[in-house]
Design a protein around this ligand. Sequence first.
Ligand code: HEC
Ligand code: HEC
Length: 333
Amino acid sequence: MKMTPAALIVGALMVFWASAFIIVGIPSMTMKETPSEIWRPLSPLEKAGHRLYVKNGCSYCHSLFIRVNDWDIGAERIAKAGDYVGVEPAILGSERTGPDLSQEGGEHSDDWNIAHFTNPRFTSPISLMPSWDFLTESEITALTAYVQAQGGKQADLRQARQREWKKQAVAAYSGGFDKNIEWLHSKVPEVWRRMPNPYPATEAALQRGKRIYQQLCINCHSPVGDGNGPAMPFLAPPPLNFTTLRRHVVENRYIGGIFYYQIMNGVTGTAMPYFKKHLESEKIWDLANYLAVFFVGYTDANIEPRGIDASFEPAWENRYPPPGREQPEVPVP
Ligand code: HEC
Ligand code: HEC
């Protein structure tokens, strides 16, 4: 056969249609859309959020699926085809400049998400995600609803927990400083409430804590720790004012373990995120010492029961001792 321009075009079209049939046609005829065990249909509001997700190019930075080889990014569930039944178009994305969002529902409270969409720097000070403050309030509500639906029925359980705790958190907050602290600490297990900070509050450790605070916490809790950062107007209850803890620590001595527990796990029902996936243990203890020394006024580091061997520094002296222990003891090696 002679290779004329017409034969070339017809041949090319035949190859194109044949591959389209194999890649698109056969799967769409043979693949069954069986919902997975976590699937549920999207509400009209969540569907509106999905359209905004597609329209605003969220998938340029976020994926909506986790594969077996993604466990190391802290994945919680391997995606199944049945998770996406009825989602049209299902843009899964292949870029992960931001975190995967396939199980995002209930990871953060609604108010965290609204503050974050308005300006991601409010909740995540060094974020490079663009602000979506050009969207209307109802569009941000829809986007939040869509993100909170990621994870289907499992996300609904997390969301139910968020809502229940939010009721308690708001009630505690409106009961005044003492009630609020009492409620917050009632969520911390006893063993953590009686644990001093095992890491020494050396000058270097405090500077490390400060640096992390500036990168992760400052726009909620504010540079002076009074909770008046730029995210505050969006959040109920607002970020904790750390100075309100002074009375608690005078009465109860210990604060290191409480700070560690709350920073590690976050406070469900409030905008306080958990940081156990972001920060290694020593960084959390450094942060706890930073908050204690600069916002509460003393640190319980280096009091009994003395921490773990790895952090034991014999020559260290607590320059910010708790009330009643004004003469710091130099620990015996
Ligand atoms: C230029 C890249 C980029 C784009 C575009 C983008 N994001 Fe992000 N996003 C990020 C990064 C980076 C983070 C992590 C830091 C942070 O929390 O802001 C993030 C975080 C998030 C989080 C919080 C995840 C978590 O659990 O901490 C959500 C939810 C989110 N983005 C949703 C969206 C939605 C919805 C859109 C589209 C309207 C979008 N993002 C567009 C980069 C992006
Ligand atoms: C998005 C805003 C936000 C960010 C970011 C944030 N927090 Fe919080 N934080 C809160 C809110 C809200 C509460 C709970 C306030 C309440 O219930 O009264 C809270 C509570 C806490 C508590 C509980 C204290 C106690 O005595 O129980 C600690 C500790 C804390 N934050 C430390 C931090 C640290 C450290 C960082 C950064 C690594 C951080 N927070 C980042 C909003 C935030």
